[in-house]
Design a protein around this ligand. Structure first.
Ligand code: SDX
Length: 429
């Protein structure tokens, strides 16, 4: 017998179905509540709202567990590549070697941008933010692939997904070169995904960038760890846009804008700016902790806290270990890593953070790896967006394949003025 919840409103009992997920998560299905009772539910920021059923990513925020299609993030981080993980997330299973070769070939075949897109890059001012360029150019590039503007088509979806994953890295590298006034470096088909990106970022027309395997692997890992994270702000944006049956490129361009914000993907930049400020000032970071605890300051401890995790973000654990490993291999030190560790230690012993279960999130240590790789600060959030592309695409696919899925359209409780009469201009003060 299916379970129900009972809700009493004004003396009347309503029975609401209980929905259970495959990992035992429970929800009360309120989709018929308004029809039956005239009431809606109110949930500011959707903190307690399940907007969909999804089979892509599982998070247990209390235990600090993250799995893509059932596979723990720790296993993927140790054994898989970003491209393999992207395939897993989008198509639901790890690719066999034929599938992986086919998908990798599609990525290679689609690495170039249409030559006319170069003129679009020329239109941006020299110091344009690369996230603005990224979003604009994803949309602009859709104009060169008319088929993707039509209705969702399962037949061409693999090609579209590969096209987007491949081109986003070319756009990102071109945006960086443009912002620095450097000549554009075209991709090289012999390189794999992440090596090719580093080549486009850092080679010169007269000299190829020296690809160090540790650096390629570290950036590949960063992409992999960012590849999906269930219904975060940017992914929910993809689903919102896709629910109107907009195309994949339009949905991804919107998601880039959502991830840009400092409370979401933009936090990786802000963390490093905070660590740099602490370093410059020679203090111990207590000023930032004090400001984060003071609600009136309007500041948060960047890279700390999470809507879902009430435990250490498992990605942050992996990235922190990778920071130590990469710096050791490169025989380098970074004073910001020491500052970050001390700041973490101080916060984790502070009652404000303990009571609220605030731990480092994915953005706390990722910037330190990106600095070691040589990625400039303004490109940090772009790295997050490149990594997140498979998650956005997989969520887009779920929406498009959803049986009877409806357009996303939340309701509201109106709190504005009640009916007013129109005042002619002459009578207004
Ligand atoms: C990402 O959703 C995802 O999955 C996102 C992400 C992904 O992969 O897609 O994981 C990537 O966006 C990581 C988050 C990056 N942002 C930051 O690091 C910015 C700093 N963090 C916070 O602003 C905040 O923790 C958020 C935005 C991440 C989450 O905000 P919530 O869910 O609204 O916070 P909460 O309800 O858990 O907060 C509980 C309490 C509140 O205080 P009280 O009102 O109870 O007194 O903790 C406080 C918050 O004010 N709090 C913080 C804090 N984070 C939460 N106080 C100080 N510093 C912080 N960082």
């Amino acid at each position: 017998m299916s379970k129900v919840a009972k809700l009493e409103i004004e003396g009347k009992i309503y029975e609401l179905p209980i929905v259970e997920g495959s990992e035992g998560e429970k929800a009360v299905d309120i989709s018929q509540l308004r029809q039956q009772s005239g009431y809606i539910t109110l949930d500011d920021g959707y903190g307690n709202t399940g907007s969909c059923k999804s089979a892509i990513t599982f998070i247990d925020g209390e235990k600090g567990i993250l799995r893509y299609r059932g596979i723990p993030i720790e296993d993927l981080a140790e054994k898989a590549s970003f491209v393999e993980t992207a395939y897993l997330i989008i198509f639901g299973h790890l690719p066999n070697s034929a599938e992986l070769n086919r998908f990798s070939d599609l990525l290679t075949q689609n690495e170039m941008l249409h030559e006319d897109l170069k003129f679009h890059f020329e239109g941006f001012p020299p110091n344009a933010h690369p996230m603005a360029i990224l979003s604009a150019m994803i949309n602009a590039s859709s104009c060169f692939h008319q088929r993707i503007l039509g209705p969702y088509d399962d037949e061409v979806f693999e090609l579209q997904a590969a096209r987007l994953i491949s081109k986003v890295r070319t756009i990102a590298a071109f945006a960086f070169r443009k912002s620095r006034g450097l000549p554009i470096i075209y991709p090289k088909p012999v390189y794999k995904y992440t090596a090719n990106f580093l080549h486009m970022m850092f080679s010169q027309p007269f000299q190829d960038y020296e690809l160090k395997p540790e650096i390629v692997r570290a950036l590949d890992l960063i992409f992999l760890l960012h590849a999906d994270h269930e219904q975060n702000c940017s992914t929910a944006t993809v689903r919102m846009i896709a629910s109107s049956k907009a195309n994949l490129f339009a949905s991804a361009a919107g998601a880039v804008c959502a991830i840009w914000g400092p409370l979401h993907g933009g936090a990786n930049m802000e963390v490093v700016q905070m660590l740099e400020e602490i370093h410059r000032g020679g203090d111990d970071g207590s000023r930032f902790i004090a400001a984060a605890k003071d609600k009136k300051s309007g500041h948060k401890l960047m890279g700390f806290g999470h809507r879902v995790y009430r435990n250490y973000d498992p990605r942050a654990k992996i990235i922190k270990a990778q920071c130590d490993q990469l710096l050791a291999v490169l025989k380098r030190t970074d004073p910001l890593l020491d500052i970050a560790k001390k700041l973490e230690e101080a916060a984790l012993h502070d009652s404000y953070f303990i009571e609220r279960k605030l731990y480092p999130n994915v953005d706390f240590y990722s910037g330190i790896i990106m600095r070691a790789i040589g990625i400039p600060l303004e490109m940090f959030t772009v790295m997050f967006a490149i990594g997140r592309m498979p998650g956005w695409i997989a969520n887009y696919k779920e929406i498009m394949e959803g049986q009877g899925s409806r357009i996303y359209r939340p309701r509201q409780i109106y709190v504005g003025p009640t009916r007013q009469s129109y005042q002619p201009l002459a009578d207004r003060k």
